[in-house]
Design a protein around this ligand. Structure first.
Ligand SMILES: *[C@@H]1O[C@H](CO)[C@@H](O)[C@H](O)[C@H]1NC(C)=O
Ligand SMILES: *[C@@H]1O[C@H](CO)[C@@H](O)[C@H](O)[C@H]1NC(C)=O
Ligand SMILES: *[C@@H]1O[C@H](CO)[C@@H](O)[C@H](O)[C@H]1NC(C)=O
Ligand SMILES: *[C@@H]1O[C@H](CO)[C@@H](O)[C@H](O)[C@H]1NC(C)=O
Ligand SMILES: *[C@@H]1O[C@H](CO)[C@@H](O)[C@H](O)[C@H]1NC(C)=O
Ligand SMILES: *[C@@H]1O[C@H](CO)[C@@H](O)[C@H](O)[C@H]1NC(C)=O
Length: 380
């Protein structure tokens, strides 16, 4: 069996990378750099989160009650939501917290019917603000919203206007600083010609947007290995992070409102021919798990079992992806090189920061430290 691993990034390359990043530092940028992370309630102990590595931690996910349109938090995670802010602030009193609401679970019918009626939107907005204050969150995040028709787009714009007005009015009445409002944006350019994101409303009403920059290509849908979160892609026009960022900016969303999503997971693909294991090799479906998805922590553990603890996965800087082969499978994921390259990209493009999905999948905070460390270089 060939050892399909190599040490990739030399010390020199790392120094050069830091230098290039520093050279792009923009002193006029007064907005502070955001280092955010999602926590999936129930998946990982909150008290184990190293909150010193983050400026914002987002606890997900609340849902929407289909009869009242109020926030719905599963009783099994209620306690975790209610104590999340206090627990993460113990290690880092400066960290801000957001409560994330998933618009769609399996289907979007509840969300779309919420968007559709002003009385539903009012119940939703009021209960979201009440819940955030009750549990001491600093903000609210709306996730998994993919408009399907131009009517959805219009009503998404409307609810963002109403939400912002309600948040501002509550802040005025309570004398507290206003809740942050953010949204996780799945920006699919393929559908952009018929349905557009409500960019104007997003720009006016949200503090920032979390760009969901992963899961572009999945082993259950493709016949060829393809990085699921490529930063660049010489073949596929559009389905890569750089194209999406540029497209959003060209549609009027300021770069300074974009926070780049970084995946702490990868995918296992079954190779048709184990000796053909590059990007674009023939593949025949997911491996190891039902959809092939695996946490970074698990992938690193797996590599260690197979190749020993000194093994370093391969890195393709054309796509900005790490990968390795284990038996007749190909695993693509973001290791330190890919994460670092994406963070310096975010800085270079003048984005507002990054947002990892999800903190519990890190391996001893290796990725979160790498992402944070690169930025430290700017201050000197
Ligand atoms: C939704 O709210 C109704 C009315 O308060 C309640 O009876 C129902 O149990 C809630 N649904 C869920 C799934 O919690
Ligand atoms: C609540 O969480 C449990 C355990 O994760 C799950 O089995 C159950 O379906 C969830 N209930 C609702 C109403 O989502
Ligand atoms: C609500 O949805 C219905 C059916 O889809 C549609 O006919 C109607 O125009 C929508 N109303 C609003 C205010 O969007
Ligand atoms: C990919 O696989 C699907 C299902 O197995 C098949 O229908 C399709 O023709 C394949 N596409 C290519 C380009 O090989
Ligand atoms: C990629 O897409 C952009 C925007 O749709 C278009 O202007 C450009 O010509 C495309 N490039 C290629 C190589 O297809
Ligand atoms: C990246 O992958 C592409 C496609 O397989 C290949 O052509 C290119 O040489 C690879 N680049 C590196 C640096 O490995």
């Amino acid at each position: 069996m060939l050892l399909k691993m190599q040490y990739h990034l030399s010390i020199d390359a790392k120094v050069l990378l830091l230098f290039l990043v520093s050279a792009n530092f923009n002193c006029s940028n007064t907005q502070s750099w955001i280092k955010a992370g999602y926590h999936h309630a129930g998946d990982f102990p909150v008290s184990d989160i190293d909150s010193t590595l983050f400026t914002h931690l987002i606890c997900g996910f609340a849902y929407i009650n289909s009869s009242t349109y109020q926030l719905l938090i599963n009783s099994s995670t209620q306690q975790e939501f209610s104590t999340f802010t206090n627990v993460v602030k113990r290690k880092n009193p400066k960290v801000s917290t957001l409560l994330s609401i998933r618009g769609g679970r399996e289907d979007y019918s509840v969300l779309f019917s919420l968007l559709n009626q002003s009385s539903h939107r009012r119940s939703f907005i009021e209960s979201s603000i009440t819940t955030a204050r009750l549990y001491k969150f600093d903000g609210l995040d709306l996730s998994r919203v993919v408009p399907r028709t131009s009517m959805h787009t219009a009503s998404l714009g409307t609810i963002l206007n109403e939400w912002r007005a309600a948040v501002d009015s509550e802040a005025g009445k309570s004398g507290k600083s206003g809740l942050l409002l953010t949204m996780a944006l799945y920006h699919h350019m393929q559908v952009m010609d018929t349905v557009t994101d409500p960019i104007d409303s997003i720009r006016k009403n949200l503090n920032w947007v979390h760009l969901v920059a992963y899961d572009y290509y999945l082993p259950k849908e493709e016949n060829f290995t393809h990085p699921h979160a490529a930063l660049y892609d010489p073949i596929s026009n559009g389905t890569n992070t750089n194209s999406r960022v540029k497209d959003l900016i060209s549609r009027g969303l300021p770069a300074s409102k974009l926070v780049l999503g970084l995946p702490y997971h990868g995918y296992g693909w079954t190779l048709v021919n184990p000796n053909d294991y590059n990007v674009g090799a023939a593949a025949s479906g997911p491996v190891f798990t039902k959809d092939g998805s695996m946490s970074y922590k698990f992938i690193k553990w797996f590599i260690k079992q197979k190749y020993g603890s000194d093994a370093v996965p391969m890195y393709n800087d054309t796509y900005v992806v790490n990968y390795c082969t284990i038996w007749s499978s190909w695993i693509d994921f973001d290791d330190v090189e890919a994460i670092s390259a994406k963070v310096s990209y975010a800085k270079k493009m003048g984005l507002l920061g990054y947002n990892v999905f999800q903190v519990g999948n890190d391996d001893n905070w290796v990725l979160s430290r790498a992402a944070g460390r690169l930025i430290l270089a700017y201050r000197y």
